[in-house]
Each structure stands twice: as C-alpha cells, then as structure tokens.
Design a protein around this ligand. Structure first.
Ligand code: XMP
Length: 543
C-alpha cells in the first residue's frame, strides 16, 4: 500500500452546520474541487494529497462567486457527476470559474459542463461506455506539461464511466486524445490552461491518472508542500473551532481509527476529552490491556475502562445467527456506552473515527442503493439518544492516510500498523454459537498465527489476518491417541480499502509450519484449513 506523501482538507458541508468558506486554510495555495456528485470525487482529493497539494471539495450548489473570492483557488477541478448536461436545470459551474485566470480541469461530467458553458456541444445517450478503454494520442500531446509522461507506450489505459459525450469543442481547444466512444477523450486549450478528460484519472484503473493530476498541479504552480503535519495542525484548529470549551466523549475500540481520532482530539482540547473503552469480552489475547495501557501510560488521556464482558457474553449465549449477534452487540454497546458516558457529565460532542470509506459505504460507480450485507457495529444510535453532536476528524481520510496521521501524532508504529479489527470482535470469527471455551481456543490460535506472520516478516504485506474457529469437530490422531477437536480456518487478505480483497498467497511451507504450531500449541484444535476466497464473492470476516 502506498503511503500518502501529503494531505489536504475538505470542508464539512452537512446541512446541520451553516456553510461557510471561513475554514479555508489561507497559509497554503489552494486547489478547489467543484463536486458535481460523482461517487469518486474524494479520490481526486486523495490523489492530490498524494501529490502534497492542499485542496478543498465544495458541492457545486455552494460554489458562488463569493466562495470563489474567499477560497481564491490557484486551480479548479470540476468533478464527474450523475447528471446529464443536456437536461434542463442540470448543474453548472459559476461562469466566474472560467474568468479567474487559473487552470481548470474538467473530469467526465466536469468536462461536459466546461464544453457546454464555453460553447462546445454535448450529446446524450447513444454511446454509453463503462470500464476500461484505451485513449490514442491525437494532435500535439507533447506540447503541454500536463501531458508529460503520457502516451509513452503509444496509448493510455483509462477508466470510463459516461453516457453523454462531447461532440464539438469551442474555439481555442484542440483534441489531445481520442477513444472509440469518446472522440474528445482529452482536450486542451493550452493558452487559457483549460483541460478536459472524459475518463476518470482519479481511480486506480487509470494507471497514469495520478500522474496527469499531479502534472496539472505543477502546471498551476503548486509547490507540493502540503504535508500530513500540516493536515494535523489544520485538523486541530478545526476541532477547537467546532468544540469550543465543551466536553467530548470518544468510544475507543482499540482499533487504529478511534485511537488516532482520540489522540488527535486530545492534542486539540486536552482533558475536555474523555474516552470510554468498552471491553465486550471479544477482544484478542492481551488486547484490552494493550489498548488501555497505551492510553493511560503513553498519553495520559482520561479513560473509562468498562469491563462489560459478562453482560455481552451472557446476551450472546445461544445466539448463532450472524445478524442477531451483530445487532445484540450493537444494541448493548450503545446502552453500555451511554451508561458510562453519562459519568462524564455534560458532554456535548461524541467523537468517532469515521473514515471516508465508511462515509461512502460503497465505492461502486453505479451509486445504486446497496443491500445490507452486514450490520456494522458502531455507535451510530448514540447522537440522537444522547443529544450529542458528532466530531469526526477523519471523515475525509482513507485507512493508510489515518495511519500516516497516527505516526505524525507519535502513536507507536506497532500500534498504528495493526491490522483492522472489527467492532463485534471475535464474535464474528466464531461462526455459530459462541462459548467461552471456543473464544479461549480462538484467542490462542490467533496469537500463534499472528506470531508466525510476524516472524516471517509478512505482517505489513497483509491487510488483515486472523483465525476463525469453525463450528465442527473433527477426528485426529496425536501420539497414539484419538482426538476429537475443533477445526479452524486461517484467513489472510490483501486489500486497498477493505471493499475488495484477495487471499494472501502464503507458501506451502509457511502454511504447513503454521498448522503444525497451532495443533501442537493450542489444545482444542486438531485441524487447520486455509481460506482462499476473495471478496467478492466472500467477505473478509466469516460472519
Ligand atoms: P467484510 O467482512 O464486510 O469486512 O468484508 C470489511 C472490513 O470491515 C471490517 N468489519 C467491521 N468493522 N465493525 C467494524 O468496525 C463491523 O461490524 C465490521 N464488520 C466487518 C472487517 O474486519 C474488514 O476489515
């Protein structure tokens, strides 16, 4: 996974808060992204962060002339979006965007908006194109630095997702690249520095897309000086501004996200923050002590350690259905958190380590409503119940960026680099009914497996690895005796964001050695299997 080289902020534009551009960081050159509603607009920001460029995303409805004056961007990117410019009333950019005298890049719908507003033509419908395509060079593509490094192999692989297409370009523009379904796949007006691409340079499936975006920022004169350190300072300033002198509570799960959020907020407002760590008895070996120890010893953050394992394990007794498990845990979590949070008294805010993938829920291009595969455990029921407002300082970040921020905040590398661990914990790694015996066996098997992975230097190559204890017992022979013990499954996947995943290709030698160690060192397991299912069609967790 590539570590981010920089950072940027986007403004929170949820309706509950008055919209303003006053939070714009004026100490850096700013790139404005006008959001027309594409599923992948945040990926533009992410690519820019990787190029150490500060950017802000503003929804198109909010991009007024006044906002343009306030932000004073050094360049503008018009995002993709689900609308058709041929429909009456469809979104437009303020004409002033094209009068600022700064470079403008239109992506997909953004390109079509630019064409429509500058005197080109867009046609609807007949040439839908989704997925991989190839753009051939046309014209003098070497003439402008935004295209440097492109077409080195003769043509560019790109990701298309459009129904409409440009059919005529305004005076001053020229064609730089074409594809069979997009005759104006890349266009440029190199005098005014206006550019348009029909494809999505922000997605991984466009291999040179990040290069093109970075070139665009260089051409606009960005110095590439925006770093995760700057992100941290800006996030701290925003938290102080939002919270004032009110109290904040934060649910700590022991995972990287809530830990980074807590440490960041503590740095911003000190002991106005209290963390509540609910131990549901479904943590891994030694995990509860590790998390509580880190917060108490390392950071001196006020922390309530609520050992509620009896309550949770009691309620889960006899529950085998995965959704019922998840809902039971989620419900109890909210009750327990509520009970302990009231001890803090008068908190007005709830802090959460919500990440960007949690916000979009699905990265599908279609953007269609998605079915519930799993009810994710979180503290989502709390804000209404307790009349709390949310503080979510990681909302714009992806996992690897949160890790970079964690390192910036001085969290121990071993902690920041930990694999994700789900809120419902070991409950969803114990298919069928949960018993204390099974949990104990599972904890010990998991510890051996992770130890093996670390010893072989594989931990950081793997997104997530764990053992699931299976609800079957199998016959074995150890020494001269018969065994009748549980089977377990090893799981290890690679992934970028947890949305899709591939199983990790361990060597046979590694698998053999690990199976041997587990069977020898963990009483209660006599058979080890390796799960080679990718996601989709599987999911990362077993339940
Ligand atoms: P799945 O199993 O859906 O998991 O492929 C994708 C990622 O999400 C984690 N996960 C959860 N995380 N609460 C969480 O905080 C949950 O309820 C939950 N369920 C799954 C999972 O570990 C993987 O990283």
């Amino acid at each position: 996974m590539k570590a981010p080289r920089g950072a940027s902020l986007t403004l929170d534009c949820r309706p509950a808060r008055a919209y303003s551009a006053c939070m714009t960081d004026r100490s850096h050159d700013r790139l404005l992204i006008v959001d027309f509603g594409s599923q992948v607009t945040q990926l533009i920001a992410r690519r820019l962060r990787e190029a150490n460029v500060y950017c802000e995303i503003h929804p198109f409805q909010k991009v007024t002339d006044a906002l343009l004056d306030a932000v004073a961007p050094k360049a503008v990117i018009l995002s993709g979006g689900p609308s058709s410019v041929t429909e009456p009333g469809s979104p437009r950019a303020p004409q002033k965007v094209f009068e600022l005298g700064v470079p403008v890049l239109g992506i997909c719908y953004g390109q079509q908006v630019m064409m429509e507003q500058l005197g080109g033509r867009v046609e609807s419908g007949h040439h839908r194109e989704f997925g991989r395509a190839f753009v051939e060079p046309a014209g003098r593509h070497g003439g402008d630095s935004i295209f440097s490094g492109l077409f080195a192999q003769g043509r560019e692989e790109v990701w298309m997702s459009h129904g409409d297409r440009v059919t005529a370009i305004p005076p001053g523009f020229e064609v730089i690249g074409t594809s069979p379904n997009a005759p104006y796949a890349i266009i440029a007006d190199t005098d005014r520095h206006f550019y348009g691409v029909q494809f999505h340079p922000e997605v991984h499936h466009t291999p040179n897309g990040a290069k093109l975006l970075e070139n665009f920022t260089w051409l606009a004169g960005f110095r590439g000086d925006w770093t995760m350190g700057a992100y941290k300072d800006e996030a701290i300033r925003k938290i102080r501004e939002q919270v004032g002198d009110a109290k904040v509570i934060c649910g700590l799960s022991g995972g990287v996200d809530s830990s980074v959020a807590a440490v960041l907020i503590h740095e911003a407002i000190g002991d106005q923050l209290t963390c509540v760590f609910v131990d549901h008895g479904l943590m891994r070996l030694g995990e509860a002590d590790e998390v509580v120890g880190m917060f108490r010893d390392h950071y001196n953050i006020p922390l309530i350690h609520a050992d509620e394992s009896e309550l949770f394990l009691g309620a889960l007794d006899g529950v085998a259905d995965p959704e019922e498990k998840r809902k039971t845990i989620g419900r109890l979590f909210i009750d327990v958190f509520d009970k302990h949070a009231r001890e803090v008294g008068g908190a007005k805010f709830l802090a959460q380590g919500t990440l960007y993938p949690d916000v979009i829920e699905s990265v599908s291009f279609s953007g269609g409503p998605s079915v519930t595969i799993k009810s994710h455990h979180n503290v989502g029921g709390l804000p209404e119940k307790m009349g709390l407002k949310l503080v979510e300082p990681l909302r714009e970040l992806f996992k690897d960026e949160v890790r970079a921020l964690g390192r910036e905040l001085g969290l121990p590398a071993s902690f920041v680099g930990r694999h994700p661990f789900p809120g419902p914990g070991l409950a969803i790694r114990c298919p069928g009914e949960i018993t204390r015996d099974k949990l104990e066996i599972l904890r010990r098997a998991d510890a051996v497996y992770i130890d093996q992975i670390r010893k072989h230097g594989l931990y950081d190559d793997i997104w997530q690895a764990y053992v699931a204890i299976l609800p079957v017992r199998t016959v074995g022979v150890m020494g001269d005796g018969r065994t009748y013990d549980y089977a377990c499954a090893l799981r290890a996947v690679t992934s970028v964001d947890g949305m899709t995943a591939d199983y990790y290709p361990f060597s046979h030698a590694f698998l053999g050695e690990t199976a041997n160690r587990i069977i020898n060192e963990v009483t209660g397991i006599n058979r080890v299997t390796y799960d080679i299912t990718s996601k989709p069609p599987g999911t990362i967790e077993w339940e």
